[in-house]
Design a protein around this ligand. Structure first.
Ligand code: DSN
Length: 424
């Protein structure tokens, strides 16, 4: 066996450097996590060598003795964990999973409804720049301007007016519990197929910490690598009556061979997510997010909707005198990684928005708790202050960021993250 370092020192060096970055920095992007070593091992296995178009016992290539077992095991674990009637584990990721719903249950030109990207929805829920907005008649709902929360009566009225074929619920930047039961009711009233995209909160749903959409809606899509802590992949869960259409949309409608190494790693992640340890982990994600929200509020940060019920916070930085872009860059220099993000009704553009989005799945995976959230809130306040201080020269700012980065590294050294290879 020849190791990666011998075959390709360039790529090996990049991977080592990324391993170091993931160790030394506090990763707050709410869609990211640390997959376990078991998940990473399955991802990097010989299963990557196998083609298997089709579904178990109906493949177009021979040699599927292990792959059929694997895919059935993975789908069974997903059905058990989420209580779904049917699960397809082949989507390459979240956007292809959502695309499959359009292909299975809609036709180009149909009216669809979803939460707008600018208010925390996903591109694939009808954003003008995505296929979902380009090829479908997309009606977008938003959050209430005063509360930052979904206004279900307004959504119901909009649905009544437009009578969409597909009604999307779920979000990528919404810090509050989503009432999937209400969405199910709205859908039934207007004859829409209701689709819940739980990519961000799948781990919380699996752990019973966020109400599950499965009993209330027709189709549920998810990625597998966010709070669920698996490999990068996707799943579609649905009622039995939609199973044939969903399966046909994924293969042969949209995809060729499934990524069997990913299927294996999803199966591992689902097994991990079914444990009491995972449920405790998910509870700590929410506790940490709420503790961080409280520290940030104490330090004068404005939180969209005032706080959080889940794993993420959306911070409106206008009162701090910095833009989201400036804050995200400054935080990165200080060893804290987030993404800049639109806030609802943002007066600025998506490239230079007013907010940042942060979340606690990754830091909770490495063992951070309430005490570390206090440190984090303090560091973020110091960075915002340094960035906004007009009396500071660039060199002075950089020095302040470096000071925080050094404290961040010291803390990270005490919390080795799952999956990473310790450095010699
Ligand atoms: N890119 C993902 C996120 O960060 O939320 C959504 O697809």
């Amino acid at each position: 066996m020849t190791s990666l370092g011998e075959v390709d020192p360039d790529v090996a060096e990049i991977i080592r450097a990324e391993n170091r970055r993931q160790h030394q920095k506090i990763r707050l992007i709410p869609s990211e996590n640390y997959a376990s070593r078991a998940v990473l091992e399955a991802t990097g296995s010989v299963l990557t060598n196998k083609y298997s178009e089709g579904y178990a016992r109906e493949r177009y290539y021979e040699g599927q003795q292990q792959i059929d077992r694997l895919e059935e095991l993975c789908a069974q674990r997903a059905r058990d964990l989420f209580g779904a009637e049917h699960v397809n584990v082949q989507p390459y990721s979240g956007s292809p999973a959502n695309q499959a719903v359009y292909v299975a249950l809609g036709r180009p030109g149909d009216t669809v409804m979803g939460l707008s990207l600018a208010h925390g929805g996903h591109l694939t829920h009808g954003a003008a720049v995505s296929v979902s907005g380009l090829h479908y008649e997309a009606v977008q709902y938003g959050v209430d301007e005063a509360t930052g929360r979904l206004d279900y009566d307004r959504i119901a009225a909009l649905a009544e007016k437009h009578r969409p074929k597909l009604l999307w619920c779920g979000a990528t930047a919404h810090p509050r519990i989503i009432d999937f039961e209400r969405f199910g009711q709205i859908g039934r009233e207007v004859g829409a197929v209701v689709v819940a995209d739980i990519a961000h909160i799948a781990g919380l749903v699996a752990a019973g910490l966020h109400p599950s959409p499965v009993p209330h809606v027709d189709v549920v899509t998810t990625t597998t690598h966010k709070s669920l802590r698996g490999p990068r992949g996707g799943m579609v869960m649905c009622r039995e009556k939609f199973a044939k259409a969903i399966d046909a949309a994924i293969f042969p409608g949209l995809q060729g061979g499934p990524h069997n190494h990913t299927t294996a790693a999803i199966a591992v992640a689902l097994k991990e997510a079914a444990t009491p340890d995972f449920r405790a982990y998910a509870a700590r994600i929410v506790e940490n997010a709420q503790a961080l929200a409280s520290h940030l509020r104490d330090r004068g940060f404005d939180l969209v909707s005032g706080g959080t019920d889940n794993h993420l916070l959306l911070i409106d930085l206008r009162s701090k005198g910095v833009s989201g872009y400036q804050m995200a860059k400054a935080l990165d220099a200080a060893g804290i990684v987030c993404n800049y993000n639109l806030i609802p009704d943002d007066p600025r553009s998506a490239r230079r928005p007013s907010g940042i989005r942060i979340g606690t799945p990754a830091v909770t995976s490495r063992g951070f708790g309430i005490e570390e959230m206090a440190l984090l809130g303090n560091w973020m306040a110091r960075v915002a202050q340094a960035r906004a201080d007009e009396g500071l020269e660039l060199a002075g700012r950089k020095q302040r960021y470096a000071g925080v980065a050094s404290e961040v590294r010291d803390l990270c050294d005490q919390f080795p993250a799952p999956g990473l290879i310790p450095e010699a």
